[in-house]
Design a protein around this ligand. Structure first.
Ligand SMILES: Nc1ncnc2c1ncn2[C@@H]1O[C@H](COP(=O)(O)OP(=O)(O)OP(=O)(O)O)[C@@H](O)[C@H]1O
Length: 311
């Protein structure tokens, strides 16, 4: 369909272990919130930069809806400022010499209406700080301003590169809520670079994992957990929601999402009980508070479920 985003990017890169190529061919549905995960140096930021026009692919084509932003074969390279994008990076990048309101005004441009700016500031609880300069804001407030500024022009594509990684856990959580709320409100197609599995689980519809410039995983957030854990077991807490009717899987509410997981034993667990899921080496285990031993796991079935509806 014409609305989707089609990305083909091929670009030689040089990492600490030598040359490799960023080689991406993806389609993204309009309105999706897609997490881009993967180890350091795998090419996540470079992919965003290529989409934004800040890096030039050796070969590639970037189409967003009906707009062609880049087509190396046709020698098309639309400058960054003419691409309908919102960008938020870890380091805020606010205009330090403009007030909070001024930052949003500037992003909207000459058509800025003051009621529109007020509404945007209210959305992220910055209306009381409209006349403050950015250096008076906390890290979380700065990042909320950066988010709203990126969305102010209602871009076709929002790209967030580890936007919450400099924040403490409580503020991260708050900003994740804001991000979800803003995503639901504006429906902007979003690419979010994140290393944090619980953040991905909470926010994303789809996860793309890069390694050495290539897509090694493309699937649901829950399915991504199993492959992404590495040496460190991942512990997630959730609420047991009961057995699923048609399979031996159960439903567990984790980070605001219902996951269908096959747990080793569910005897003694009641609906509403808190559970800890241990996802380790493709094994999902659970132990309820009060159980003396961790129960044995069984092959993870996080990948089995096609849909994980948001609650
Ligand atoms: N223009 C370029 N030419 C050659 N190599 C590059 C270029 N830009 C980036 N690289 C290299 O490509 C690799 C991937 O960088 P990139 O910043 O995209 O990784 P990343 O996955 O975002 O990593 P991190 O999670 O640490 O931010 C790095 O080793 C980097 O040095």
């Amino acid at each position: 369909m014409a609305e989707e985003i089609a990305l083909q990017v091929r670009m030689p890169l040089t990492g600490p272990a030598g040359p490799f190529a960023l080689d991406i061919d993806l389609k993204i549905a309009t309105g999706a919130l897609v997490a881009i995960a993967g180890p350091s140096g795998s090419g996540k930021t470079t992919l965003l930069r290529a989409i934004a026009g800040l890096a030039r692919p050796a070969e590639g084509r970037v189409r967003v809806g009906t707009a062609l932003w880049c087509d190396t074969a046709a020698r098309i390279h639309v400058p960054t400022r003419q691409r309908s994008i919102g960008l938020v990076f870890q380091d805020y990048a606010l205009f330090p010499n403009m007030t909070v309101r001024g930052n949003v005004d500037y992003a909207i441009g000459s058509r800025a209406r003051s009621d529109e700016v007020d509404e945007l500031l209210q959305l992220v609880e910055l209306d009381g700080l409209a006349d403050a300069m950015p250096d008076r804001l906390s890290g979380g407030q700065k990042q909320r301003l950066a988010l709203i500024r990126a969305l102010a022009r209602q871009p076709s594509l929002l790209m967030l590169d580890e936007p919450l990684s400099a924040l403490d856990p409580a503020m991260r959580r708050k900003l994740q809520d804001d991000l979800l709320r803003l995503h639901r409100r504006f429906g902007t197609t979003t690419l979010l670079v994140s290393h944090d599995p619980s953040e991905i689980l909470r926010l994303a519809d789809r996860v793309i994992r890069l390694e050495h410039g290539e897509v090694v995983f493309d699937g649901t957030p829950a399915a991504s957990l199993v492959g992404a854990v590495g040496e460190d077991p991942l512990l997630l807490t959730g609420i047991y929601l009961g057995a699923c009717d048609s399979s031996d899987a159960c439903a567990v509410l984790v980070e605001g999402r219902t996951l269908r997981l096959r747990l080793s034993e569910v005897s003694g667990l009641g609906v509403g009980d808190p559970v800890t899921l241990r996802i380790d080496d493709a094994v999902v285990q659970r132990h309820a508070p009060g159980h003396r031993d961790r129960l044995n796991g069984c092959p993870a079935s996080a990948a089995e479920s096609a849909e994980f509806p948001r609650i």
